[in-house]
Design a protein around this ligand. Structure first.
Ligand code: ZN
Length: 535
C-alpha cells in the first residue's frame, strides 16, 4: 500500500528588498533605532490584542470644566474579547506559531478542485454598539454607570436614522463599533444622552407592538431625525421643541453656591432625558395635546407621561429592577429611587419636592389646576396600579421577583401607551385614559383583578366614580364617569412644569410674537408714513 505524501512545501512570504541607496553610518543607526522602536510598538499592540488591554483610558479634556473630567474608566468597563476567545487565540499561536489568522488562506494543491461544502450553521449578523452610561445620574453614586448594548446601527456622532446628537464634537466608535468614553467628559455626555433617548424610543415602539413611534413632523416626505443637544447652554432648563425638532439639555451652577461647586448637567440625568423624550414621543402620538387650549388635565397627562417614561424605562432594565427589588424588599411603596429619584436635579430645576415623587397619595381635590400639580395625581395612580399588579403577580417560589417586575412594568407601560392612542385627540382627561385601560386590559384577557386595581386606585384619587362598591369586581364594559366635571375653557397654568410645557411655542407665545411684528409692520405705510397704532 502506498500513501500519497504531502508536497512538504511551505508557503513563505518574502519581502521585496528596498532599492539600494547610499546612507551614512549615522543614518543607519537612526534607521535601526526607528525600526526597533516600531517593532516594540507593534509587538505591544499585538500583545494587547491577544491578551486584552492593560492600561486605563486616557481622560479627555472637558471643555465645560466639569470637575469629574479627570476620571478614568475602570478597565472592567471597557469591552474586550472574551477570555475564551483569548485562550483560543493563545492555543492557536502555540500550535501553529501564527499569532493571527492570515487574511487569505492559500489552498494546498491537494485541496484544489475539491468541492468545499459550507458548514450549514447560520452565522448571526449582529449589528449594534456597546456604550457606557449613567444608570440614574452622577448623584446616585451607589449604582453608578453601566455598560449597555444598543442593537441596530449607531453611527459616529452618535446618531442613527431617528436621533442625532448635535452641538458637541463628533464622537467616533472604536474598532469594535463601541462608544466607551470617560465619565465627566462631553464625549460621555453625548453617548449617555443618545443612549437614553434611543432606549426610550425603543421602549415606546415595543409598547406599540413594534410599530414606529414617529416624531410629530414625520411624514412620508419628512423623515427628519430629532436633534439632541446634551449641552445646549447655561441655564437651569431642559425641553422638547417641536419648532426646532430638538431636545435641549442645559447645564448650570446652583444659584448662590460657592466657587468651585460642580455644575449640574441636566443631560446626565437618566430621568430628565427620559422625561423630555417622553414629551417628544407623546407629541408624535397626540399632536393636539400640547396646545394650551386643552383643559388642564390634558396638560397634566403630558407632564405625567414624561415622568412615567422615566419610571418605566428604569423598569425595563434588569439591573435597575434588581436594585429596586433589593432596596424595597419587593414592596414598591417602600422608599425607592424608582419613585423618588434625581431629587438633586429636580430641586435645581425649581421643583419643591425634587424631580418627582410618584409614590404620592394626592387626590384631585387636594391639588390645584396647575398642570404639574395635577399630573402627580395621575402619576401616583399609575404607580399604585404598578405596585398592585406586581404584588398580585409575585410568586417568589416559582419566578424571580425581578423578572416579574420587569414583565409587569412592560405590560403596564404598553397598556398606558395603547390607552393614550385610543383616547380623544384633544381635551383628553384622566378618566378617558383610565376607561381605555379597563377596556384594553379586558381585551388582553387579563384577570379581573387588573381592572379592579385600575378602578379602585383612580376612584380613591377622585379621578372617576365607581357605581359599584370597590370590594366587588369591575363589570366588563362598565364605563366610569369622571368625579369632577370637565373644565373646558379653563386656561392651563404651567408654572410648575418642565421647560417643555413652558415654551412660548406651546403657549401661544409665537402668536403673540407674530402679532407684535404685525403691529410694527402696520406702523409704516407704503409711502413710509407712520400710521397710527391700533393699540
Ligand atoms: Zn415635562
Amino acid at each position: 500500500m502506498s500513501t500519497t505524501s504531502s508536497s512538504g512545501r511551505t508557503n513563505q512570504l518574502t519581502h521585496k528588498k528596498s532599492p539600494p541607496h547610499r546612507v551614512g553610518a549615522q543614518d543607519r543607526e537612526a534607521s535601526a533605532a526607528a525600526i526597533d522602536s516600531e517593532r516594540t510598538r507593534v509587538r505591544a499592540m499585538l500583545q494587547e490584542i491577544i491578551e486584552g488591554p492593560t492600561a486605563t483610558m486616557r481622560p479627555t479634556t472637558d471643555q465645560a470644566g466639569s470637575p469629574s473630567a479627570s476620571m478614568t474608566v475602570p478597565i472592567g468597563y471597557i469591552p474586550t474579547p472574551t477570555r475564551e476567545y483569548r485562550q483560543h487565540r493563545k492555543l492557536l499561536r502555540a500550535t501553529t506559531g501564527v499569532a493571527s489568522r492570515p487574511a487569505i488562506r492559500i489552498i494546498p494543491e491537494r485541496e484544489a478542485g475539491r468541492v468545499v461544502i459550507p458548514i450549514p450553521i447560520p452565522i448571526p449578523r449582529i449589528i449594534g454598539s456597546r456604550v457606557l452610561m449613567w444608570k440614574q445620574d452622577p448623584s446616585v453614586s451607589e449604582i453608578g454607570i453601566r455598560k449597555a448594548f444598543l442593537p441596530g446601527l449607531m453611527l459616529a456622532g452618535p446618531k442613527d436614522s431617528r436621533i442625532s446628537i448635535q452641538g458637541l464634537p463628533l464622537v467616533s466608535p472604536n474598532a469594535m463599533a463601541d462608544y466607551i468614553e470617560t465619565p465627566g467628559t462631553q464625549e460621555f455626555d453625548a453617548v449617555h444622552t443618545f443612549a437614553v433617548v434611543r432606549q426610550m424610543l425603543t421602549l415606546a415602539q415595543r409598547a406599540r407592538g413594534g410599530a414606529v413611534a414617529p416624531w410629530q413632523w414625520n411624514s412620508a416626505s419628512n423623515t427628519d431625525a430629532i436633534s439632541v443637544f446634551p449641552r445646549a447652554g447655561v441655564t437651569p432648563n431642559a425641553f422638547y421643541s417641536r419648532n426646532l425638532k430638538a431636545l435641549k439639555f442645559f447645564f448650570f451652577t446652583k444659584p448662590g453656591s460657592p466657587p468651585g461647586t460642580p455644575q449640574v448637567f441636566t443631560c446626565r440625568s437618566f430621568d430628565i432625558v427620559a422625561h423630555e423624550t417622553g414629551h417628544a414621543i407623546l407629541d408624535g402620538l397626540k399632536p393636539g395635546w400640547l396646545d394650551p387650549s386643552n383643559q388642564p388635565q390634558t396638560g397634566g397627562l403630558h407632564e405625567s407621561f414624561g415622568d412615567l417614561c422615566a419610571i418605566f424605562l428604569t423598569l425595563s432594565q434588569l439591573d435597575q429592577v434588581e436594585a429596586v427589588i433589593a432596596q424595597t424588599k419587593a414592596n414598591l411603596h417602600d422608599k425607592t429611587f424608582l419613585a423618588d429619584m434625581a431629587e438633586e436635579f429636580g430641586l435645581a430645576l425649581g421643583r419643591p419636592n425634587g424631580l418627582r415623587n410618584a409614590d404620592n397619595d394626592l387626590k384631585l381635590s387636594e391639588v390645584t389646576n396647575e398642570v404639574h400639580d395635577l399630573s402627580q395625581v395621575f402619576t401616583g395612580g399609575i404607580y399604585d396600579v404598578l405596585a398592585d399588579m406586581f404584588a398580585f403577580e409575585r410568586k417568589p417560589g416559582l419566578r424571580d421577583d425581578a423578572r416579574v417586575l420587569l414583565e409587569v412594568g412592560e405590560y403596564l407601560f404598553g397598556l398606558i401607551v395603547r390607552a393614550i392612542a385610543a383616547a380623544p385627540a384633544a381635551n383628553a382627561t384622566f378618566a378617558d385614559i383610565a376607561n381605555q385601560m379597563l377596556t384594553i386590559a379586558h381585551t388582553d384577557g387579563k384577570p379581573v383583578q387588573y381592572r379592579n386595581f385600575i378602578r379602585n386606585r383612580f376612584t380613591v384619587r377622585e379621578v372617576v366614580v365607581s357605581p359599584t362598591p370597590l370590594t366587588a369586581d369591575h363589570k366588563v364594559g362598565m364605563k366610569l364617569l369622571p368625579a369632577f366635571a370637565e373644565e373646558l375653557g379653563v386656561a392651563q397654568d404651567r408654572r410648575g412644569c418642565c421647560g417643555t410645557m413652558q415654551l412660548p411655542e406651546y403657549n401661544q407665545g409665537d402668536r403673540v410674537f407674530e402679532d407684535d411684528l404685525e403691529d410694527l409692520r402696520s406702523l409704516f405705510s407704503d409711502n413710509g408714513r407712520v400710521k397710527p397704532s391700533h393699540r
